[in-house]
Design a protein. Structure first.
Lengths: 81, 133, 276
């Protein structure tokens, strides 16, 4: 467990989480959510939880992002806040 | 100052989890767009999973897969050599439930858009008020 | 005004949680209360009792198998909920777009009249701006078999490496979703129709519950896989390992079918005629 790497990736996770909820374009929010999910997967595999990291990589950065993009494509891409 | 610094370094993981959960809670309460609320809900769920996984970490221990395989009683397995596998099991179920809830929430958002033509919460409120009159 | 109240609430909640962390054990402590009561038993007795080196898979599918059965049911319920929310009858389109394949870029629009669906010269496209991407289609067609084989490997090798039923099922579903994105929703519907997805998801839940009921019929507890030693003809420890593999296959089938089903319903708004 290298704590420097842990700290850097934790900072990146918080930054991409805050960015995903403040961007006005919904497609960009979906893509940033995929990046947030992938950074979480890296964080968990540093802490030794390899099963959980594998699941989050396949579910969060794979299927979940595709479902978000499909829903944004079928409704609207613009949001007011 | 030294005291605070040592507390910060030994427990920064918990602080990171609290910041993430508050970011998710803020998005869930304040934002008016439905898809932003769904993103906030998902951020809260992954923050809680992060907390549980970080509880099970042990110093100088390895991943919970025993390496000597099918040797029967070849080596003694000590519990302090492997990190705690119990939170990982519970969190696998939590990730599954999170993705199922996400699918149903997005289906609800599409249905709301089909009916009202917008995804903003205050516009839907005005529409309902006008319909009630 | 609303924003200020919400912000203050969130800050107060965070401050109270921060006060609560003062009593937490140090991070990485081997004597913390989470690692002392039940989990040393799981770590030390996992190989003598079940002969599965991956402790997480052994605990998930054997010691806590009852929870995993209901988790599979939750995923199945989510698939059914999406189906009931969105599915409507397919409407006949007024304008249909076709593309002439030999010249490549020529488009043709017609109303009302019919064209044969399986003619080789004309390709049906969704909207006027759907591009003709040869690279996407060829690359997807080359890669998808390898993704499917890797997913089956992840399910089967779940005893010795990180993986298991759920991860392999999601990768299987993702391969079929890749096919639906790079080609057409209609071609994916021909390969794996909605009825096939629904039937596969129920088969997965039945495999799991059926294994448990089979152990009941063989005069043991529900989901106690050592009773399968009578059918399989091995000693009880290996029978538990084989029982874990069978239920992981059930979980993988359900998860794959539900992922594909939810994608079909979401990306076509319930009509199953054109996708992303």
């Amino acid at each position: 467990m290298i704590w420097q790497l842990d700290f850097i990736i934790l900072t990146l996770v918080i930054i991409s989480g805050i960015a995903a909820i403040s961007i006005k374009d919904l497609l960009g929010a979906a893509v940033l959510f995929g990046a947030y999910s992938f950074m979480m997967c890296l964080l968990w595999s540093i802490m030794g939880a390899v099963d959980v990291a594998f699941t989050e990589a396949s579910v969060g950065a794979g299927v979940s992002t595709v479902l978000f993009v499909a829903a944004v494509f079928r409704t609207t891409r613009r949001s007011r806040d | 100052m030294d005291d605070i610094l040592s507390i910060l370094i030994s427990k920064y993981n918990y602080w990171g989890y609290i910041i993430l959960m508050m970011v998710g809670l803020y998005a869930l309460i304040i934002k008016k767009n439905l898809v932003k609320k769904i993103i906030g809900m998902s951020i809260m769920q992954t923050a809680i999973i992060f907390f549980y996984v970080s509880i099970g970490v042990k110093k100088n221990a390895t991943i919970p897969i025993i390496t000597h395989g099918h040797n029967g009683a070849a080596d003694i397995v000590r519990a302090s050599d492997y990190i705690n596998p119990l939170p990982h099991v519970l969190m696998l179920t939590a990730i599954v439930v999170a993705v199922a809830t996400l699918g149903v929430a997005l289906a609800l958002a599409i249905k709301v858009y089909r009916h009202y033509g917008t995804l903003e919460e205050d516009e839907i409120h005005d529409f309902l008020k006008k319909q009630a009159e | 005004m609303n924003k200020t109240i919400g912000f203050i609430t969130v800050v107060l909640c965070g401050a109270m949680l921060l006060l609560g962390t003062a009593d937490f054990p140090h991070w990485g402590d081997p004597q913390s209360p989470a690692s002392r009561h039940v989990s040393p038993y799981y770590i030390e007795k996992s190989i003598p009792e079940t002969s599965v080196p991956n402790i997480v898979t052994a605990v998930l599918a054997d010691y806590r198998g009852y929870d995993t059965m209901f988790e599979t049911t939750v995923i199945f319920t989510a698939g059914i909920a999406c189906f009931f929310l969105l599915r409507i009858r397919r409407k006949e389109p007024i304008i249909r777009y076709y593309r002439h394949v030999p010249t490549g870029i020529t488009l043709r629009i017609e109303k009302g009249a019919k064209l044969p669906e399986d003619s080789k010269v004309f390709d049906r496209i969704d909207t006027l701006y759907a591009p003709h991407d040869l690279i996407n289609k060829t690359t997807a067609r080359l890669i998808i078999p390898f993704i499917l084989i890797f997913a089956l490997y992840v399910i089967a090798h779940g005893h010795h490496s990180p993986g298991g039923g759920f991860q392999g099922g999601v990768i299987l579903g993702a391969a079929i979703i890749l096919f639906a994105i790079s080609y057409d929703l209609r071609s994916a519907n021909r390969k794996m129709s909605e009825r096939a997805a629904a039937l596969l998801s129920t088969t997965g839940v039945f495999i799991y519950a059926g294994t448990g009921a089979l152990c009941l019929l063989l005069a043991s507890n529900f989901l106690d896989y050592s009773a399968l030693a009578l059918i399989l003809g091995v000693d009880p420890v290996t029978a538990r390992s084989h029982g874990i593999l069978i239920v992981e296959i059930g979980v993988g089938l359900t998860v794959m079918a539900v992922m594909v089903w939810i994608y079909y319903n979401l990306s076509s708004r319930g009509q199953h005629d054109e996708g992303l």
